[in-house]
Design a protein around this ligand. Structure first.
Ligand code: NAP
Ligand code: MG
Length: 488
């Protein structure tokens, strides 16, 4: 129900009543074990770490911490399972993957709530984006499992072997799906390492995998911190590493496996340019700016964190953007009205705050709408910076939070040069009514994905990945099969 806090309907300010998502149906255990060889087993050293709810910083569950001995066990299980799994027909493999997709759909609401509790993202996003897209990835790759000869015509493909997969905390279940589905479809077995702050949905997925009857050892899930990931990277039994995370850790991994026969794909950071031309549909573009930078609290590798507005419409766009920011609701991730949830961890909040300080000290002009932030959790209001230039650190470095750096431009050539002037090359957006301008820019921008008159749209059938320090290899679509096969 809405409330009017002023008697005059024309001058009234509206506020929303709470609309909390029900948590009655959600089962979260006090303690989770490792998922190895089809069983939930205790960690070798008996160590556990806490996973926290970033909206109140309270402990949700204790999670097993995998040591290198546990990683050994998981890799061995995957190796043993590989023979049988890779020998199954594509049609049979597809059935299991399809079953996993269906089971995610059946328990979608439970997954969405857990994703929001563990990671802080608004329930609207986990419910409408993360979980359905995760199911879609399994459906999509289930379809490819028996059609690999169409994916690679006139070539005989084989699976690579055991894939070590390491994922970040910003889209926990979705990243697990991006990694697992193509690996399984092509006949590989897997050891997956979820992020330390968001392990719960991967462990729920382990329950589903068990329920699906997938043969033991085909998927193993080892929770832990960076060290667990490093043990996986260094393990001699691993044939391929698929990593999504920061550029710094990506570089470390590339170094670590140099000189070995391990294959590698890296999906790393970004600093996406969102470009608004004067002929764009301005109101839609403003919505696009909001979606590009404030979706998932800005914890998005492909976020449009650098905004370029053509000078002639800059004042108009910035006015409208500020106005729109005033209506964004920051708060409880489990409230269906929430636009911006909790920052994923205390550490990430510190990083964002440090960048805001840097932005101010470098002379940036800040705007944050007035909003009352809840107490107890990790919160950051939507933030924009004006009066910045290419050399500012907040323009060059990935902040991974709801912080937008705005610059203006006059000509197409100028904006292409500015947009490409970054070590990253993951995403970009172009807003204009001219198709020719769109095609011109999509060719010139060094970005793996360029959205036109939209932003942050994902689909299982479309490839995703970066250039330059944003990594290499593609996930999603037909292209996403290739990193998991070798040719005869
Ligand atoms: P991160 O610190 O690099 O961590 C990513 C994963 O690697 C986590 O599971 C982490 O474990 C693990 N890890 C940490 N140190 C490791 C090491 N030495 N060896 C092996 N694994 C190690 O990144 P993050 O902070 O979680 O995620 C944010 C970053 O991911 C951003 O830069 C973002 O742009 C990027 N990202 C990229 C994409 C893409 O598709 N290009 C998608 C999403 C996110 P812990 O969790 O325990 O630290
Ligand atoms: Mg957590």
């Amino acid at each position: 129900m809405t409330k009017i806090s002023d008697k005059n309907i024309f001058t009234a300010t509206w506020s929303y009543d709470k609309a909390p998502e029900s948590t009655d149906h959600v089962k979260i255990k006090d303690q989770y074990e490792l998922f190895i060889n089809g069983d939930f087993i205790k960690p070798d050293k008996g160590k556990y770490f806490n996973t926290i709810n970033p909206a109140d910083n309270k402990v949700i569950s204790k999670i097993a911490e995998a040591s290198s001995t546990d990683v050994d066990k998981a890799v061995l299980a995957a190796k043993n399972a590989f023979k049988k799994w890779s020998a199954l027909s594509g049609k049979e493999r597809g059935k299991y993957i399809f079953r996993i997709a269906r089971l995610i759909q059946e328990r979608a609401r439970e997954f969405a709530v857990i994703e929001s509790i563990d990671g802080g993202k608004p329930i609207r996003e986990s419910r409408d984006i993360d979980i359905p897209l995760a199911a879609n990835h399994f459906f999509y790759y289930a379809g490819w499992a028996d059609k690999l000869s169409y994916a690679f015509p006139n070539r005989k493909v084989k699976p690579i072997g055991v894939a070590g997969q390491i994922i970040p905390w910003n889209f926990p279940l979705l990243m697990a799906a991006w990694k697992l589905a193509p690996a399984l479809a092509t006949g590989n077995t897997v050891v997956l390492k979820p992020a330390e702050t968001t392990p719960l949905t991967a462990l729920k997925l382990a329950e589903i995998i068990k329920e699906s009857g997938l043969p033991d050892g085909v998927v193993n899930i080892v929770t832990g911190a960076g060290q667990t990931g490093a043990a996986l990277v260094h393990h001699p039994g691993i044939d391929k590493i698929a990593f999504t995370g920061s550029t710094a850790v990506g570089k470390y991994i590339q170094n670590a496996i140099a000189g070995t026969s391990k294959k590698l794909t890296l999906e790393l950071g970004g600093k996406g340019a969102n470009i608004i031309f004067e002929d764009a549909a301005i109101d839609q573009a403003v919505e696009g700016i909001v979606n590009a930078i404030f979706f998932n609290q800005g914890h998005v590798c492909c976020a449009g964190s650098r905004l370029f507005v053509q000078e002639s419409v800059a004042d108009l766009v910035i006015d409208k953007l500020k106005h729109r920011m005033n209506s964004l609701l920051v708060g409880d991730p489990l409230d269906k009205n929430t636009d911006i949830g909790a920052i994923n961890s205390k550490k990430q909040l510190q990083t964002i705050k440090a960048y805001i300080k840097i932005g101010l000290s470098e002379g940036g002009e800040i705007y944050q709408p007035e909003c009352i932030l809840p107490k107890g959790g990790n919160w950051c209001p939507p933030t924009l910076f004006l009066n910045v230039s290419q050399s500012h650190r907040i323009v060059q470095e990935e902040i991974f939070g709801p912080v937008l750096a705005i610059q203006t431009f006059r000509t197409v050539d100028e904006v292409i040069e500015k947009a490409n002037n970054t070590p990253f090359g993951l995403s970009a957006g172009v807003w204009t009514e001219k198709g020719a301008k769109i095609f011109h820019l999509t060719q010139k921008l060094n970005a793996g994905v360029v959205w036109a008159n939209t932003f942050n749209k994902f689909d299982a059938s479309s490839p995703f990945g970066g250039y330059k320090e944003s990594g290499f290899g593609r996930e999603g679509g037909l292209h996403g099969l290739k990193p998991y096969v070798k040719f005869d």
